[in-house]
Design a protein around this ligand. Sequence first.
Ligand code: ATP
Ligand code: MG
Length: 442
Amino acid sequence: MSQNTSGITLEQRIKELEYENAALKQDIVKLKNSRSTDTSLFSTPADFNEIEINERMAQAQKLESLGTLAGGIAHDFNNMLFPILLNAELLLLKSSAYDNETKESLTQIYENALQAKELVHQILNFSRHKKIEREPLQIQNCINTALMLMKSGIPRNVSIKKNVDPNTPYVVADPTQLHQIIMNLVSNSVHAMGESGGVINVSLMPVNVSQSDANDGVKPGNYICLSVSDTGSGMSKEVMSHIFEPFYSTKGKENGTGIGLSVVYSIIKDMNGDIKVHSQLGKGTEFKLYFPEFSEKRLVSRLQTPAINEKIDVVHQIHILFVDDEDTILKVAKSILNRLGCRTTTMIDPVAALARFKKEPLTYNLVITDLYMPQMNGDCLAEKIKEIRPDIPIFLCTGFSDDITLDMMAQKGIRAVLSKPISIAEISDKIEKFLNTKISVT
Ligand SMILES: Nc1ncnc2c1ncn2[C@@H]1O[C@H](COP(=O)(O)OP(=O)(O)OP(=O)(O)O)[C@@H](O)[C@H]1O
Ligand SMILES: [Mg+2]
């Protein structure tokens, strides 16, 4: 029998620990009963134990640093994609000059670069600790991107059926949080179906909950209901009573942290929505999320940016000041803008760009600037340029377009946001729209 220095056998110590653990559980039950009725989210898991929680916190911290690393790589990769995408698009515009095989190769390069752009955008969003930014959006778009991103990780014997109305009304939500919700629910379903696979149904539809409806106790109102159901293992009543608790998992340390559903729960509750679960052991599970609907009328007024209709007559060649701290981006932007018939002055340093603008403010028709740069960020540069020439249109060109709110655009006088890596179509559309002119690739 093993004995430690304090003279207590290991078996005795285990008994003591079991006793302490049981006492702790009783305290938790008492605490739960003395608090408000809805304590499920912040209650402590039944198998609470300090070492385990510390281990899981360490794991969460590891994941956090991995996220930061991934974010850094994604940012650089985004900048590398910029010339790939623009040059492929440029070559495709001259497609009559190539044979079919070359055209096909170019199209493949372009389409894959577009997919990479979407992927990088999602990684950037996930890896950053940005403030929660809610905006009117349609959940159907988030479903499509989230499923596209998950595609490669979903086993072949799992089929996903979508029943999503493309015209489902808006909700006010943070797109990153919506992705998180969809990915958590779908990956739980995939896991619940195990090796035999099965079907996951994702549906989205407007629902009106009236006073008289039972509807699982959801408050009356107009909602957009997202349902994710599967033909997986289902859950027992006991498991169901714990699923929203942080760190509760039945998957073992290697396969689950037990955070997924607690995050989903806190996001939806914070949006004044609701979540309901139905599950049958051996048959499957359905999660229904109720997002409060956002009315269209409020949307139209919010999306009108000030000064959007101001017209500028451009009779001469457009002169653009393009500011970015990456040399490759400046090079490719210059060549594209020149192809669009614009004169372009590129500057790598925002402070020098401001000094140059000050010297000859009337020579430029448009300023396009990156957002995050050393010494001076793009929004600050925009503000200073506006002090010199309040009428000049300014576009922000950034990989972090989610950081820019309509309020910030209005405040700093920014007319448009181009999200990196931009496409020729996007840049020429915005120039035509905001400078009231016609341009085309030469
Ligand atoms: N679709 C489902 N079918 C069956 N059980 C489920 C389903 N979704 C969740 N569960 C149960 O709820 C538990 C908690 O889920 P949650 O997503 O919070 O954590 P997890 O999936 O175990 O870990 P992770 O933090 O990696 O998401 C799961 O361990 C599982 O037992
Ligand atoms: Mg999960």
